[in-house]
Design a protein around this ligand. Structure first.
Ligand SMILES: [Cu+2]
Length: 177
């Protein structure tokens, strides 16, 4: 009698164990499936971003000329730097600059220095226009490219800055410290 009970308990325990094992196998399979899905999604997103990147890269702006590039020495304690330059528009249409990027800084943006109530301030500009057959000068006290969170190591060597215009054409120029 006791042996029978023990035996049935054992059977019960064994089948319970099997169920557990099966459930575990199933759930780990599901996990695998999810991982594969997200990996596929990732690679398809990456492919799209890359394609977009390529299409922008192959479309360089020829209507804008960059000159007078200079960057004042960056004080040792500063995490910021300013770049000055002249953008000349050789086309018959005004061109809008919409973005600035460089690998040497966390953030790069267009700033305009202004004086408000006798206080010097810097105002962030989302975009700036370079007039048709004209130029836009980035000079101290006016427009500048502001680099924030700079990498001191990278900025001490020649580095590249990329401008993006409203038509998504880009233009790269070098800054020599
Ligand atoms: Cu600034």
């Amino acid at each position: 009698m006791k042996l029978k009970l023990l035996l049935s308990l054992l059977i019960l325990a064994t089948s319970f164990g099997e169920i557990l094992a099966n459930n575990f196998a199933e759930s780990s399979q599901q996990n695998q499936a999810t991982t594969t899905d997200s990996a596929q999604l990732d690679s398809s997103i990456n492919a799209k971003v890359k394609a977009l990147d390529e299409s922008i890269k192959t479309s360089q702006s020829h209507s804008i000329k960059v000159s007078n590039v200079h960057m004042p020495d960056v004080p040792k304690v500063s995490q910021m730097a300013a770049i000055y330059l002249t953008l000349t528009n050789l086309s018959e249409q005004s061109v809008e600059l919409i973005d600035v990027n460089t690998p040497v800084a966390h953030h790069s943006m267009i700033h305009q220095s202004i004086e408000e109530d006798g206080v010097a301030k810097m105002r962030h500009q989302d975009t700036v226009q370079i007039p048709a057959n004209g130029k836009l000068e980035f000079v101290p006290g006016g427009y500048h490219i502001m680099l924030m969170g700079i990498d001191k190591q990278l900025i001490s060597q020649t580095f590249e800055v990329e401008l993006t215009f409203a038509n998504l054409q880009t233009l790269k120029f070098k800054v020599k410290p």
